[in-house]
Design a protein around this ligand. Structure first.
Ligand code: SAM
Length: 386
């Protein structure tokens, strides 16, 4: 089901953010609750409501859509697994008093649902939130307006739960402010390293400033044990080719990375469509192709799995095989998918092409055409005809 577009006019980036959140959360919650967990916790650390149009129902806010969606998932799984009683808990935290009041009113309108509202900074509420969710699988959404987040504390909270998180990295804000010496100490808190301005110098030259900060942030999450894998998805501004924000998943589960890239492909196509519609409205130009055809073409040219990403994937594979004699396709695909906008099927295609050109070797059972989990890949070898 698509989100109601009319609630997002002029907020196309938020539409894409919420579409990603909705699609990922739905697929994840179904898997988790079908798979054996009986409790699912949704924690929204920077909940808003923020610039909503549906002020009563809050259906265009992250927590509003999460409540509606997860209740649907709970009912669906209970129908599929008769006799199983499932629990979904919501913890919503916000620091602006007016918004906290609106969260409280929202909770009051849903007395049958377990919704806990927390007043104040997320980082100051972590212990109390933890007390409300003593068991189950926890999905945490961290959606700040900028870079002012104390990562070490948040990382400790995430590390102590079984679950995953989605972090919204505000690229544009970070890019604008990370060079400002007045807020350098806040960036230290953001990447969990007070010496970050020195650490950043060790990163490869040519990496953009905001991507350096993202790199340090991912390192911080890995170091504190909150996540092994941190794939991300860029959201561009609707009218210009500039990144506005980046959604980053934190997971310890390789299947989470695969799911993330599957959702990435679907949402990216919608993003191309939305941006085209926004441009058409801005210029009142007649467009030759349908939005769907245009999105399909654009995705092939510059989206997930495009030629440029396949070329970088080849470099990653060559590099990985220079360090190890052979690698299971599953591990190779995971490494690529975490670092690049590539789905597993794209990585298979790259392997087939590299094998044909004699750059890698692997054997397949009769009739199999592509590598799969368990296929051992090694460097070099003789050319295989296409
Ligand atoms: C981008 S908005 C959230 C939007 C919401 N997640 C959504 O998608 O509908 C960020 C919110 O975080 C709040 N905020 C900022 N710093 C915070 C902090 N340290 N702890 C909790 N809330 C904070 C802001 O007041 C704002 O309402």
């Amino acid at each position: 089901m698509n989100l109601p577009s009319e609630l997002y006019e002029g907020r196309e980036q938020t539409y894409i953010k919420h579409t990603f959140l909705r699609r990922y959360l739905e697929a994840l919650a179904v898997k988790v609750l079908m798979g054996g967990f009986t409790t699912f916790n949704y924690v929204d650390g920077f909940a808003g409501p923020w610039n909503t149009i549906d002020n009563e129902g809050c259906s265009d806010s992250s927590f509003g859509l999460a409540v509606e969606l997860l209740e649907q998932v709970r009912r669906y799984v209970e129908e599929q697994r008769p006799g199983r009683k499932l629990k979904v808990r919501f913890c919503l935290c916000e620091k602006e008093p007016g918004s906290v009041q609106r969260l409280r009113e929202f909770a009051k309108r849903h007395p049958a649902i377990e919704i806990h509202v927390f007043d104040g900074e997320f980082e100051n509420n972590l212990d109390e939130i933890a007390q409300r969710i003593p068991d189950g699988f926890t999905f945490t959404f961290i959606d700040p307006t900028n870079w002012v987040v104390r990562i070490t504390e948040v990382g400790r909270f995430l590390n102590a739960r079984t679950g995953e998180f989605l972090f919204n990295f505000m690229t544009e804000e970070v890019s604008r402010h990370s060079v400002n010496p007045k807020v350098a100490h806040q960036f230290g808190d953001f990447v969990g390293d007070s010496n970050w301005q020195e650490t950043v110098k060790l990163l490869p030259e040519g990496m953009k400033g905001e991507l350096r900060v993202l790199h340090l942030l991912k390192d911080a999450f890995r170091k504190c044990g909150s996540a092994k894998f941190l794939p991300d998805f860029s959201i561009l501004k609707p009218l210009i080719n500039r990144e506005k924000m980046r959604l980053m998943l934190g997971t310890n589960n390789p299947k989470g990375v695969k799911l993330f890239r599957d959702i990435h492909e679907k949402v990216e196509k919608e993003e191309f469509e939305k941006r085209r519609q926004a441009k058409a409205a801005d210029t009142s130009q007649d467009m030759l192709f349908s939005d769907a055809d245009f999105a399909q073409y654009e995705q092939g040219e510059r989206g997930i799995g495009c030629k440029r990403y396949r070329e970088v994937t080849e470099e990653i594979i060559v590099d990985a095989l220079s360090k190890r004699q052979e690698i299971d396709f599953d591990d190779l695909a995971l490494e690529v998918m975490e670092r690049m906008p590539m789905r597993e099927t794209h990585v298979k295609d790259v392997c087939v092409s590299m094998r044909t050109r004699g750059l890698i070797r692997y054997s397949l059972p009769p009739k199999a055409k592509k590598p799969k989990p368990g296929t051992m890949i090694s460097a070099g070898g003789s050319k295989t005809p296409p």
